[in-house]
Design a protein around this ligand. Structure first.
Ligand code: PRP
Length: 180
């Protein structure tokens, strides 16, 4: 797997430091209010797992499964919500957590779906942001790193389902991307 990588963009140490900073900011924002932290599967599981272990506010967990990309590096279709929340969100402070804000279409559609259920608030936290790629005006409330428009893997992000377990974020060799 390491032979497939071109360059490490974000080291695990750098990610660890930033996740801790985000947790401090989120703790401070919510004070001691309980939140419902919603992880967008699959990509956000690594980020969410690290984030929650650094948060000190009371929280409950839920997940939502959205799919839009398939095996392609470009969005093919509108995001589809494949499996919805099991929790009641009415009057809850909901924090949506995703690995990457790219076109913004996934987060926007989840945000709208959750907001329609009368929560007390909805905030968003993404690990990576690619502002150049945005197709709407969606902005995350918290973002780990803003990165250029390069295809990256690791720390939950995949290419054709692989590389999610890498503890850092890296680009792939062009020969790997061309292989598909
Ligand atoms: C990826 C990523 C985000 C979404 C961002 O999900 O996890 O949810 O794309 O892209 P957007 O801002 O252009 O909508 P993907 O559908 O690849 O599924 P995954 O989470 O299982 O990797």
């Amino acid at each position: 797997m390491k032979n497939d990588l071109h360059k490490i963009l974000l080291s695990s140490q750098k990610i660890d430091r930033r996740v801790k900073e985000l947790a401090v900011e989120i703790d401070r924002y919510y004070k001691d209010r309980e939140i419902l932290l919603v992880t967008l599967l699959d990509g956000a599981i690594v980020f969410a797992a690290d984030l929650i272990r650094n948060l000190t506010i009371p929280l409950r967990l839920d997940c939502i499964r959205v799919s839009s990309y398939g095996n392609s590096t470009d969005p093919e279709t509108a995001p589809r919500i494949l499996s919805s929340l099991k929790s009641e969100v009415l009057q809850k402070h909901v924090l949506l957590v995703d690995d990457i804000l790219d076109t913004g279409n996934t987060m926007k559609s989840v945000y709208e779906e959750v907001s329609a259920k009368d929560p007390a608030s909805v905030q968003t936290c993404v690990f990576l942001d690619k502002p150049e790629r945005r197709q709407n005006n969606f902005k995350a409330d918290w973002s780990g790193f803003s990165i250029p428009d390069e295809f990256v893997v690791g720390y939950g992000l995949d290419y054709a389902g692989r590389y999610r377990q890498l503890p850092f974020v890296a680009t792939l060799k062009s020969s790997i991307l061309e292989d598909k």
